[in-house]
Structure formats: C-alpha cells, structure tokens
Design a protein around this ligand. Structure first.
Ligand code: ZN
Length: 212
C-alpha cells in the first residue's frame, strides 16, 4: 500500500479493535485504515447524526474558543473565513462572526452548497474533519486553492502517538468514521509538498499553515 500523503510504500499492521489492516508511513508518519473499508457519506450519516453539536451548548463554545485562541493570535488581517466541514451546527462560524470576521461554512452532509469554491478566504478552519477524509491531500490542495496569498488554514485533529502499541488502545480510531491519523510531521510534509508554510502546532491536536 502506498501512503495517501507522500506516496511512499507503507507496511501494514493489524488493528484488532475493528479486525482490519492499517498502514503506517515511515516517511511522513501518516497512519491510515485500509481504504477498502472507507464508507460513503450515506453510510456515515447515522454516525454523524449522533454528534450533538448544539449551538447553545456551553461546552462547544469553550471547545471552539480554545481553537480560536490558538489560531487568531498567530494570524494577521483576517477579513473573510470559511469553516470547512462544520457538521450540522454553524457555531464556530458564528463565533468568528462575533470576532468581526465574515465567515461562510460548508459541510458535505448538512450544508452542501458548494458556493464557497467561488470565494477566496484569508482563513479556512477545519475542525475534526481531516481524520474522516478518504483523500486528505486532495482536500488540503483544494483548500489551499481558495486561500488568499498569505492566508491561513487551521486544522484540528488529534495527533497520533507515533506508536502502533499506543494506537491499538487509543480512543480516537475506535470511531469507525475516523480513518486517517496525522502527526505534526505529516502536516510538515504536506506543507513541503504543496509549497506552503508550516507555522505552528500545539503538540496535541491543532496546526496552523500559511499559503504563500
Ligand atoms: Zn507518507
């Protein structure tokens, strides 16, 4: 199997929890489940419907505020933003609007108007999306193509612990819709391959990159 990000050949290991094969790339540290088990949006929707992303939930506001607090102090002149893969709720977009930023949102299941493709943004956020992507590099490229020069992409996804033993007991892959897992190095290599700049990560689950 070849790496979904860098194209290097990857060795497999058994993920006992789902009794499936997974692959790990030594070059870019991507870990991914066997693409043969990836599901369509229709198959995944019942699982997403369980995510209670209630806009009134104080817990979600705190969760998104932590992300905003990581991103905005590291950025300049954000006028227009897109929240890509927002889920059912537009809460993160609403919170960016409260900060004076014009913000669109898109989700392939719940808000599927693709008008965003005709716009250009200073910032694209994508929270708990990349671990679901069948082809993360193609999506990353598409997002870069609609970011203005010197604009930003901010991603939240849990970084794996770079150990197959720890992967086997980690909660994150137990969600069957979570299929690809990144480390900061994976994002660094994605940036190198796309010629954009890796700005920052928080060592845990957030990264910020800049188009140039
Ligand atoms: Zn790779």
């Amino acid at each position: 199997m070849y790496c979904l990000i860098c194209g290097d050949k990857c060795d497999s290991f058994k993920y006992e929890y789902e009794d499936i094969d997974c692959y790990r790339c030594e070059n870019c540290e991507l870990i991914f489940k066997d693409p043969a088990i990836y599901q369509s949006f229709d198959e995944q929707k019942p699982r997403y419907d369980l995510h209670e992303n209630d806009s009134d939930s104080a817990g979600y506001r705190i969760y998104f505020q932590k992300f905003i607090d990581f991103v905005l102090p590291r950025t300049d002149s954000i006028d227009a933003a897109l929240d890509f893969g927002c889920g059912e709720s537009s809460l993160l977009a609403d919170m960016l609007i409260e900060q004076g930023i014009a913000c669109d949102y898109y989700d392939p299941i719940y808000h599927s108007d693709q008008e965003y493709k005709n716009s250009r943004y200073d910032l694209i956020t994508s929270v708990e999306v990349f671990e679901h992507l069948h082809d993360p590099m193609t999506v990353f490229k598409e997002l870069l193509s609609i970011v203005n020069k010197d604009g930003y992409i901010a991603i939240r996804t849990e970084f794996h612990l770079n150990s197959i033993d720890r992967f086997s007991t980690w909660h994150y892959p137990r969600d069957p819709t979570h299929i690809v897992f990144f480390s900061p190095k994976t994002f660094r290599i994605m940036c190198e391959l796309q010629g954009c700049k890796y700005l920052a990560d928080n060592g845990k689950n957030m990264i910020l990159v800049q188009e140039r």
